[in-house]
Ligand binder design. Structure first.
Ligand SMILES: Cc1cc2nc3c(=O)[nH]c(=O)nc-3n(C[C@H](O)[C@H](O)[C@H](O)COP(=O)(O)O)c2cc1C
Length: 162
């Protein structure tokens, strides 16, 4: 099967949307991602799949930590900004008015995300164009209300509006 056919199948998997973020103020990196998953609750671990050509990839490796910020329905504009729409890159993605804080690792954590998981980089596996980063979750926080932003059939879905 070729890549377009594979993508035509996978676009039917509705998924949560997150911003993966890393680095220190002035040299932060972040990208919109749907390829993330819980790995285990003992120890608390998750995995994210990041393209090696992404600017955020090197920031995660250098910082040895990253955050996963699960977006709420009203955060579609942030998802677009962190996917490169509008051509904003690197540290400039963090300048759009959103509030970014830190928890235990120092990775940027998005205020207003449904949940943020603060991870130490535990392991890294290379496959083809991507790296699978395994993070040990050492801190986090959640809102406890609000609805998720979803991605389905190549589009964002606000489940409250549809
Ligand atoms: C809905 C959506 C999901 C995405 N999921 C991923 C992902 O899981 N992993 C990834 O590496 N890129 C993913 N991307 C692409 C990145 O967000 C995009 O290439 C980004 O500009 C990379 O930024 P950077 O090069 O500054 O790190 C996704 C894009 C969109 C719109």
């Amino acid at each position: 099967m070729d890549a377009p056919r594979y993508r035509a199948l996978m676009r039917h998997q509705a998924g949560a949307v997150a911003i993966i973020a890393a680095g220190r103020t002035g040299s932060r990196g972040g990208l919109t991602a749907t390829a993330f998953s819980s790995l285990s609750d003992n120890p608390p671990t998750l995995l994210v799949c990041v393209q090696r050509k992404s600017g955020t990839h090197g920031v995660i490796v250098a910082a040895k930590s990253f955050s996963v910020n699960i977006l709420a329905r009203e955060q579609q504009a942030l998802a677009e900004r962190f996917s490169g729409k509008g051509g904003v890159t690197g540290e400039h993605r963090f300048e759009g008015g959103a509030v970014w804080e830190t928890l235990a690792t120092g990775a940027p954590v998005l205020s207003g995300a449904l949940a943020s998981l603060d991870c130490e980089l535990l392991d890294e596996h290379q496959f083809s164009t991507h790296s699978i980063f395994i993070g040990r979750v050492i801190d986090g926080r959640f809102r406890g209300e609000g609805e998720p932003l979803l991605y389905f059939r190549n589009d964002y879905w606000d489940i409250g509006a549809r």
